[in-house]
Design a protein around this ligand. Structure first.
Ligand code: UD1
Ligand code: UDP
Length: 362
């Protein structure tokens, strides 16, 4: 087989999704380069994932860092153009819907390098979300599109994407979860955070919930109220720290705000939780597989399979407390069957398609 594969990752969810793909392509004997854009750079947002998920050290860290959308994307474009030109890959692989994903897709298109998109076809139909803009554009540019759910395949078909390019492969984020399942220790994680036996886990970082002080205030009030029913541990993404802190979340009775956690500690807490409250994409999927009730503080989800085949419910801040009460009363049971192909084999399926593609094209 010929041709180098260049993976572009930059953020926490990218690392969780890329790990099983990189591992499966290594097993297949592929020539791979791993480029970290540096969009996330704190030890707890980046390095710890490389160690825990056995991702190889990046071949390059572009150190792009934070900024406005325009500045960050512009810096990503310039840095990635140099990197892709120098590395001369046969295929660029991108993950999810973050700014690093879009920038890598645009640079690959401008340089005429074929692109593979892992987690293609998700749609929230809310163009106010930066991720929706990113994923729609990336899907238009990709030669190989790897979908995690039948709905995603349907969205791509309706947008006119050639079905021969689209492959339903399952969910690499769930490969990572199943690989590490035996390392999740809820009792140890609970004890380390001084939590009672019954507790909840909260993550919030979407701009719609944490950037606007009014929205952050509504979320903080709802969580403070929810904490009267259930102690809540809140590993807070740096994006939400200031606004949710100013809104009085930190220090509320029963609310334990902590720094972002490494993957194993975080998933240990999620596994043992009575409920999870979140606006994360990945956490909606992980709770579905673990059978942990999930209340998503959003008006839309690009992952409806977590509602139809999982434990997820969308709630507004005003609905949170009654929804949590229902969960704690056992009124939100998990369905019998999870989403199709979320079986820990997505990385292997992607590697099989990629190597087949390289054999014909590189
Ligand atoms: C990004 C993604 C979002 C994804 C999230 C995962 C985009 C448009 N958004 O959002 O889809 O759900 O990652 O976590 O790409 N910061 C730090 N340390 C870090 C990284 C960020 O302190 O290591 C702070 C900076 O103040 C920065 C802010 O967080 O300005 C936001 O970071 P950024 O990468 O721009 O977006 P996220 O909110 O992390
Ligand atoms: N995660 C973690 N520690 C945390 C919060 C999240 O390890 O403190 C993991 C978890 O597996 C989650 C993934 O990081 O699914 C992606 O996180 P995030 O919510 O930031 O991104 P999104 O999925 O919303 O894009």
């Amino acid at each position: 087989m010929n041709g180098r594969i260049l993976h572009v990752v930059g953020t926490r969810p990218n690392f969780v999704k890329a790990a099983p793909v990189v591992a499966a392509l290594r097993t297949a004997g592929c020539d791979q380069v791993l480029v970290h854009t540096g969009q996330h750079y704190d030890e707890r947002m980046s390095d710890i994932f490389f160690r825990q998920l056995s991702l190889p050290e990046p071949d390059t860290d572009l150190g792009v860092g934070s900024g406005s959308h325009a500045r960050q994307t512009a810096d990503l474009l310039v840095a990635l153009e140099g990197e892709l030109t120098a590395r001369d890959p046969a295929l660029v692989m991108v993950y999810g819907d973050v700014n690093s994903t879009l920038a890598a897709a645009l640079v690959a298109a401008k340089l005429g390098i074929p692109l593979a998109h892992v987690e293609a076809g998700l749609r929230s139909f809310d163009m106010a979300m930066p991720e929706e803009v990113n994923r729609r554009l990336v899907d238009q540019l990709a030669e190989l599109l790897f979908a995690t759910s039948p709905e995603a395949v349907g969205h791509l078909a309706r947008e006119g994407v050639d079905p021969a390019r689209v492959h339903l492969v399952g969910n690499p984020m769930i490969d990572t979860l199943l690989t590490h399942l035996n390392h999740f220790d809820p009792d140890a994680a609970r004890a380390a955070h001084g939590l009672p036996e019954r507790y909840g886990v909260v993550t919030l970082h979407r701009p719609a919930n944490v950037d606007d002080p009014e929205a952050a205030g509504a979320a903080a009030r709802a969580l403070t109220e929810a904490a009267r029913l259930l102690d809540l541990v809140v590993p807070l993404h740096p994006r939400g720290r200031a606004a949710l802190g100013a809104a009085g979340l930190d220090g509320a009775p029963g609310v334990h705000v902590v720094d972002p956690l490494g993957y194993v500690e975080f998933m240990s807490l999620v596994r043992g939780a009575a409920a999870v409250i979140t606006d994360s994409g990945g956490v909606q999927e992980e709770t579905t597989v673990l059978g942990v009730p999930c209340l998503t503080l959003r008006t839309t989800t690009e992952r409806p399979v977590t509602v139809t085949h999982g434990t997820n419910r969308l709630v507004g801040p005003d609905e949170l407390v009654p929804a949590l009460r229902k969960v704690l009363d056992g009124g939100q049971p998990a369905p019998d069957e999870g989403p199709p192909l979320w079986d820990g084999r997505a990385g292997a399926r992607i590697a099989a398609e990629v190597t087949r593609w390289l054999d014909h094209h590189a």
